[in-house]
Structures are given as C-alpha cells and as structure tokens.
Design a protein around this ligand. Structure first.
Ligand SMILES: [Zn+2]
Length: 160
C-alpha cells in the first residue's frame, strides 16, 4: 500500500534561487517554487500504514531552512565558493558573485538540481525518522514548479 502526501496542497513547499553552471539558460541566477511530494510504502498495521505527522514536520523544517534563500552546493565540484567576513564568494566559469551569508543555504549536494534535492530530502528524512517496521520504503519528489520534478526512493526495514 502507498501513502501519499502532496506538498503543494498541504504546504510542504519553498521558494529559492539557484543556478546550474553547464545549462545554457539555468546558468543564470533564477528561482523556482519547489513542492515536495512523498510516498510511504508498506503494509498497514492495525489498519494504519503510518501516521505522517512526524514526517511532515521534518520535511517542513527542511523547507523552512531553504525558503527564500539562494541554494549553493556544498560540493565544490561545479561551483566554487568560500566564506569570508559573513559574505559568500561564489564563482563558476567567468561568473563571480558575492552574497550575504544570511541569504544563502549551503546544502550537501553536487548541484542544486531537482534530482540532487530529492536525494538530499530522502537521506535526511530516512536518517532522522525512525519508521516502524511495516514501512518498507519512502519516496520523496522535489518539483520545480507543479508537474515537473525528480523522485528518489529509499528502501527501509527488511528491504534495506
Ligand atoms: Zn532552475
């Protein structure tokens, strides 16, 4: 059985800006409204698969951390950055930016793509929440605007 939570409808969303260096258009600084969708896979125990209050709270916390921020990858594989005097210096190719550190969220991804964000959300949720044994896996999708996004599935419990 699957439990589904549509973050667009229950307020699991955030707005943020980013850039993707190799892309002809997305290499320019721009933003999206992001929505999170979750699926919890398993079999109900006593008629309930999972009480999703906790998972929603955890996802909401991550959304709040990212909301109205510029998202910068922690990995310096594609985008270089360093922090000095409460400012963050960001560069790739021949582009150089300086932002106040308070406007930026540095997240453990290689690039701020929907794919990498979906992996980040899933890992964090799977790491923080102790799911009951009847929950076999979780899938988290990060949409860049309604109707387009990337989903990442992590098996839990016996399927691990
Ligand atoms: Zn974008």
């Amino acid at each position: 059985m699957l439990l589904e939570i549509d973050g667009w409808k229950v307020g699991l969303k955030f707005s943020a800006s980013h850039f993707i260096p190799s892309h002809y258009k997305c290499s320019r600084l721009h933003g999206h409204d992001y929505g999170i969708r979750l699926r919890i896979l398993g079999e109900p125990k006593d008629c309930i698969l999972y009480d999703f209050v906790e998972v929603k709270k955890e996802v909401r916390n991550i959304c709040e951390e990212l909301d109205h921020k510029l998202l910068i990858p922690q990995s310096k594989k594609y985008i270089k950055h360093h922090i000095k005097d409460e400012r963050i210096y960001v560069s790739f190719g021949d582009k150089h930016y300086v932002f106040p550190k308070s406007d930026v969220a540095i997240i453990p991804v290689n690039l701020v793509t929907a794919e990498e964000l979906a992996r980040y959300f899933t890992k964090r949720i799977a790491g923080r929440i102790k799911f009951p044994k009847n929950v076999k896996g979780i899938e988290i999708c990060v949409d860049e605007g309604p109707g387009q996004g990337a989903c990442n599935y992590i098996p839990l419990g016996d399927e691990k």
